[in-house]
Design a binder for this molecule. Structure first.
Ligand code: H2U
Ligand code: ZN
Length: 350
């Protein structure tokens, strides 16, 4: 059977970053839907919300007042999942009841003072300022000796559990490598040792050759629907150059990163003409003082919407108990995203 036939019938695809398999069932995209209908998420209509705990000048839940900020604004999470002054402790009963204390730092990063904006509707220069803020945060936190990993991410939309539509992301840091970066690190390390080259540099080369799953590109970055995509319109943003971390971005690459994030999120919003929900985050080399030549800087966009603003993907049943599965192929998702306009539907003239 050749690849063309394989594409239309059930098959498994391998994720070389996590070394997991996913099930692809392209024929199921046609099935009727009588399930849950989600409410269409509309962006807020006001630039300032007196009740928003992220808007400039407002009081937060624990009594701190936000400054009258005009660009980005970062603060320590008032309800952090991890705290720096966690005392070291270990529990270990026959490797079955096993626990370790975990110190960390959690921050909230506002992208804009405007309550009604999203990254997709901010100006290029404003998104570049967000990229520089991420770089400063990554650099500062990575310099803390016990911090081994800086995870920068954004939850967008109530569907993804974001508590507030005000444009913001989060930064969590750990003293240990979190699960997914640890898996990706092991795969990249093995690939480099075995093949003598970087896993994601090589993968990007293959995507550039086939051009089947590329969504958009600029001088420094590519957005592709990865071959092993699990979420319906999942994308992977890859640097052309072998960068390891935020710290390695040149000024031109900072501008290009802002550009590709803007264009990917505009395409997302235009897909169903809503404020498209997703979780996204950057993966970069750990800050453990090692050179990590295997690490290739990238961002994952993991959006749950499947067929419309009201039909989303859930991980249930077989997926919770056996193997995750998707109905639309990475190739058809990439084709849909590729044909989307790069003018945001709310900013169309007329
Ligand atoms: P999400 O919307 O991405 O879930 O995150 C918002 C974070 O803001 C959340 O982690 C924090 C919550 O703990 N927060 C504050 O730090 N101060 C507040 O006044 C409310 C929410
Ligand atoms: Zn706000």
């Amino acid at each position: 059977m050749n690849w063309k036939d394989l594409k239309d019938s059930p098959h498994r695809r391998f994720n070389p970053l996590t070394r997991d398999w996913i099930l692809v069932s392209p024929q199921r995209a046609q099935r009727p839907w009588q399930g849950k209908v989600e409410k269409v998420a509309e962006p807020p209509s006001v630039q300032y919300d007196p009740d928003c705990y992220l808007c400039p000048g407002n009081l937060r839940a624990r009594g701190h007042r936000n400054p009258a900020y005009s660009g980005t604004f970062v603060f320590d999470n008032d309800f952090p999942a991890l705290v720096p002054e966690t005392p070291p402790a270990i529990a270990d009963v026959e490797n079955l009841i096993l626990a370790r204390s975990e110190p960390g730092v959690c921050r909230v990063a506002c992208f804009s003072p405007r309550h009604d904006l999203t990254l997709s509707r901010m100006k290029p220069a404003e998104i570049e300022a967000v990229v520089r803020m991420w770089m400063d945060q990554a650099r500062g936190l990575a310099a803390v000796p016990w911090i081994r990993y800086v995870q920068i991410f954004e939850n967008r939309g109530a569907l993804m559990g974001a508590s507030n539509p005000h444009p913001h992301g989060q930064i969590w840091t750990n003293s240990e490598l979190p699960n997914l970066p640890a898996k990706e690190q092991a795969s990249q390390e093995d690939f480099l040792a075995r093949e003598g080259k970087c896993l994601l540099c090589r993968y990007l080369g293959l995507e550039m050759e086939s051009n089947e799953r590329v969504v958009c590109e600029n001088n420094s970055f590519f957005a592709v629907v990865p071959f092993w995509a699990l979420w319906p319109f999942e994308t992977l943003v890859l640097s052309r150059r072998h960068l390891g971390a935020f710290d390695d971005l040149t000024p031109a690459e900072q501008v290009d990163l802002a550009d590709i994030l803007r264009r990917v999120t505009i395409r997302y919003d235009n897909l169903f003409e809503n404020s498209f929900p997703y979780s996204m985050g950057f993966h970069q080399r750990p800050s453990d003082g090692q050179p990590h030549p295997e690490w290739h800087f990238h961002a994952h966009y993991l959006p749950p919407l499947l067929r419309s603003a009201t039909v989303q993907k859930f991980m249930v049943g077989y997926e919770m108990l056996a193997t995750p599965q998707r109905d639309i192929t990475a190739e058809s998702a990439a084709a849909r995203l590729r044909e989307m306009s790069e003018v945001h539907y709310l900013d169309r003239p007329g």
